[in-house]
Design a protein around this ligand. Structure first.
Ligand code: NDP
Length: 340
């Protein structure tokens, strides 16, 4: 069977591709420019016949998608801008997310493809505009980010990104219901893990990896970062969820939203854990408050996500925890930065 993976050059997509190949699927990846596929082709010398790429320069117009979906049995749609560096919220984030998703779904439908999984996000679930995430609250698949397009010009870029994910996911579920697609969404919070995609400079570190990189890259004596979400899923778990969503029986996945989460930690805990496990990096870490009593977030999980549906329907017993996720991500970034 062949799956089309959109946005093949991305952090999450690299793992999604890996997971599908390991599960025996052939993979067709879309990239905005074919040069971005070289790194992936080199990574899989034994999979030349099972891994191919198609250029789709702009998902909004959808040009090239008709060819891309040809011969595919299912679609894993991961491509969406995840950046806060924007000038126009509609052009830079909302349109590529929403119209891009609809272009992909329309191409799938026209080709007769029924099975689709999309990479949505906890951003589409959380109550960010209402002061969330709420610490004492368990988020479920019934929760939707309350922001609307009317708010878009008043929102800071991270909230516009969250809105883009909400609108794209809503549009996807609606399209699927209208046209009889078996579509589910994967909704993780921050996705961390060792990046596999090509990162040639500091500026190219993808947004979620940059949150971890900030622990070992920044001004000396800086405070522990607290404005980034210490609520995460390991990228390998996220990728596995995509594969299982396309392999499960239709009744287990159609119209479902799968919250995936490895738990929460605090940035103070992450900093002190790194100091103990990677002493060579101590001089690069933020400065911890003098005693754990002064930790801003001590003992406060930032929120809880109900992952029971992913456990029941996608067959997860557990998710990779924060210590392993943190250490493996930092170790990978230390290697990657040697090329900068
Ligand atoms: P990356 O920036 O690494 O990957 C984004 C991918 O989307 C790239 O392939 C990129 O292509 C493509 N893309 C971006 N903008 C456009 C556009 N306008 N048109 C077409 N393609 C575009 O981010 P991630 O891998 O982290 O994100 C992948 C998906 O996972 C996204 O849907 C994101 O919202 C979602 N997600 C990510 C989380 C995280 O913490 N990382 C958390 C929850 C969800 P190019 O390489 O050409 O720029």
């Amino acid at each position: 069977k062949t799956v089309l993976v959109t946005g093949a050059s991305g952090f999450v997509a690299s793992y999604v591709i890996d997971a599908f190949l390991n599960a025996g699927w052939a993979v067709k990846g879309t990239v905005r420019s074919l040069a971005k596929a070289n790194h992936l082709i080199e990574r899989y010398p034994d999979h030349a016949d099972k891994l191919t790429f198609v250029q789709v320069p702009d998902l909004v117009t959808g040009e090239g998608l008709e060819d891309a979906v040809k011969g595919c049995d299912a679609v894993a749609h991961t491509a969406s801008p995840y950046t806060f560096n924007i000038t126009d919220p509609i052009k830079d984030l909302i349109d590529p997310a929403v119209k891009g998703t609809l272009s992909v779904l329309k191409a799938a439908k026209d080709e007769g493809i029924k099975h689709v999984v999309i990479t949505s996000s906890f951003a589409a679930v959380t109550s960010l505009p209402d002061g969330g995430p709420w610490r004492d609250y368990t988020y479920t698949a019934d929760d939707w980010n309350p922001a609307t397009l009317d708010d878009v010009h008043d929102l800071p870029p991270p909230a516009v990104y969250s809105l883009s994910k909400k609108l794209a996911e809503k549009a996807a579920h609606e399209f699927a219901a209208q046209h009889g697609l078996v579509l589910s969404s994967i909704n993780p919070p921050m996705i961390y893990g060792p990046p596999l995609q090509k990162i040639a400079s500091r500026d190219e570190v993808n947004t979620s990896s940059a949150a971890i990189y900030a622990l070992i890259n920044g001004d000396e004596g800086r405070d522990v970062p607290w404005n980034r979400l210490p609520l995460f899923a390991h990228v390998a778990d996220v990728a596995t969820a995509h594969v299982r969503a396309l392999e499960a029986d239709d009744d287990k996945v159609a119209g479902k939203r799968f919250l995936i989460c490895g738990g929460s930690f605090t940035w103070e805990d992450a900093t002190s854990y790194l100091a103990s496990q990677r002493p060579a990096l101590r001089s690069r870490l933020p400065t911890l408050p003098a005693s754990p009593d002064q930790y801003k977030d001590a003992g406060k999980p930032i929120a809880t996500l109900d992952t029971s549906l992913a456990k029941a329907n996608l067959g997860f017993d557990s998710f990779i925890g924060w210590e392993e996720t943190l250490l493996s991500t930092v170790d990978a970034l230390v290697e990657i930065e040697k090329q900068f």
